[in-house]
Design a protein around this ligand. Structure first.
Ligand code: NIG
Ligand code: FE
Length: 415
């Protein structure tokens, strides 16, 4: 039985990762067979449904690929609202970390939490992403920082993957911080990551990639390199939290090691931009973090104008960005990073797919691609960016399966 989605007001899809170009087709149809897209085109060229096929009327709706959030830390325990209030009174994120708060405080709570409790709290978060049209979601570990508790987090992510109908990509981030008990002998912790954690993650096939928080006071360039080379040795892909709070050179490191992505880049230098330009590494920008930390935004225009493949993601986590509304991230990208609507759509579909090594599977509406798509109850893609505080997702399909639907049209607020 095929599913026909017909008479869409507009269908929007990127064609290739990279340049932010979007193909727009008015009065469009799309056919899903099994879990794949089998046909895309104009209403008047659309083959006729056969008896037994399902027909969905997309009149007045917008059709796009399912969204991809390529950077989250959404499995953790506890909240850090106290630190947030300290920041409103002048303390900086780095000062709070240096005095034992920050990531360390979430680590304490997460170590104490059972796998069951972590799963119980993460599950509704994933539902929230699905309801907003997210059909591929990356989740990092990184709040355990012992072999046992990092494996606990990754097994929770594996369990989420089994329970939910969307695609989840797990990343091992044991190098998220130096745990308090290793502050005086950090090289021992790095050795533990290399000789114990990465081999265990690889043996249980618990992650696709390894990430490092390459930052002044956290992991230096040479320490990050050691960890990432060990990941490559174990056939894991690599990602880097790069040039987030200071210009350490993480973007260049990611490019040199052929990483899937260099993430954050608030402080990227011209050298970093140059190195990314000459690489296949995707720049994942996280404007919610800049907003939440009151920092200058990543130089998105410079990156885009240099031809770098740019993705946008939430970075959802308890310390540097609690925004769980993807469309709000899109508004920040438009308002403060001067990205166009087409660049924004590419950044949360095909470019994000590339950052997760999935660009041949998902991220665009074309025959043979996974049927991950969203029919929006909105008059245009631009409207979703402009009015982000409401959820405009009308029907969300993941691998050809309807996973969420809503009849609510918030657009009426604007009539
Ligand atoms: O992406 N930079 C490191 N990790 C997170 C912050 C995590 C936290 O504060 O808990 C980030 O900003
Ligand atoms: Fe992050």
């Amino acid at each position: 039985m095929a599913i026909f989605i017909q008479h869409c007001k507009e269908l929007l899809t990127p064609l290739f990762p990279g340049n932010g170009k979007i193909q727009r087709l008015k009065n469009a149809s799309l056919i899903i067979e099994d879990n794949l897209i089998s046909w895309v085109g104009s209403d008047h060229d659309c083959p006729s449904p056969e008896p037994g096929d399902q027909v969905i009327d997309g009149t007045n709706q917008i059709l796009t690929p399912g969204l991809i959030d390529s950077h989250t830390h959404l499995v953790f325990a506890g909240d850090r609202s106290g630190e947030f209030i300290q920041r409103t009174q002048g303390a900086t994120y780095q000062q709070i970390s240096a005095s034992g708060g920050g990531i360390a405080s979430t680590v304490t709570k997460t170590r104490e939490a059972s796998a069951y409790d972590l799963l119980r709290t993460a599950r509704p978060r994933v539902n929230r992403w699905m309801e907003q049209g997210v059909t591929t979601l990356e989740i990092k570990s990184g709040y355990g920082l012992t072999t046992e508790s990092e494996l606990k987090l990754l097994r929770v992510i594996r369990q989420l993957k089994k329970e939910v109908p969307i695609d989840i990509s797990a990343t091992f981030l044991g190098a998220h911080d130096i745990p308090a008990e290793f502050k005086e002998n950090r090289t021992d912790y790095i050795q533990k990551i290399i000789t114990e954690m990465i081999p265990a993650v690889s043996a249980e096939n618990l992650a696709e990639a390894v990430d490092v928080f390459c930052e002044t006071g956290v992991y230096s360039i040479s320490e990050s390199r050691l960890i990432l080379e060990s990941a490559l040795h174990h056939k894991l892909k690599i990602k880097v939290h790069a040039d987030e709070l200071s210009a350490l050179g993480g973007a260049s490191l990611a490019a040199q090691l052929n990483g899937l992505s260099a993430d954050h880049l608030l402080c990227i230098t011209d050298q970093g931009i140059n190195d990314l330009t000459n690489s296949e590494t995707v720049a994942i920008l996280l404007p919610g973090t800049a907003w939440f930390l009151k920092m200058p935004y990543a130089p998105a225009r410079k990156l885009l104008d240099s031809g770098i493949c740019v993705a946008l993601a939430t970075d959802f986590n308890p310390g540097s960005c609690t925004i769980d509304q993807f469309s709000f991230i899109l508004m920040l990208a438009a308002l403060y990073m001067n990205m166009t609507p087409d660049e924004i759509l590419s950044a949360v579909t095909v470019n994000a797919a590339k950052a997760l090594d999935r660009e041949t599977e998902t991220g665009k509406l074309a025959p043979g691609y996974r049927a991950d798509l969203v029919l929006w109850n909105a008059p245009s893609w631009e409207h979703i960016i402009y009015h982000p505080t409401h959820n405009h997702a009308g029907k969300v399909f993941a691998s050809g399966k309807l996973i969420y639907q809503s009849e609510i049209w918030n657009e009426c607020l604007f009539l």
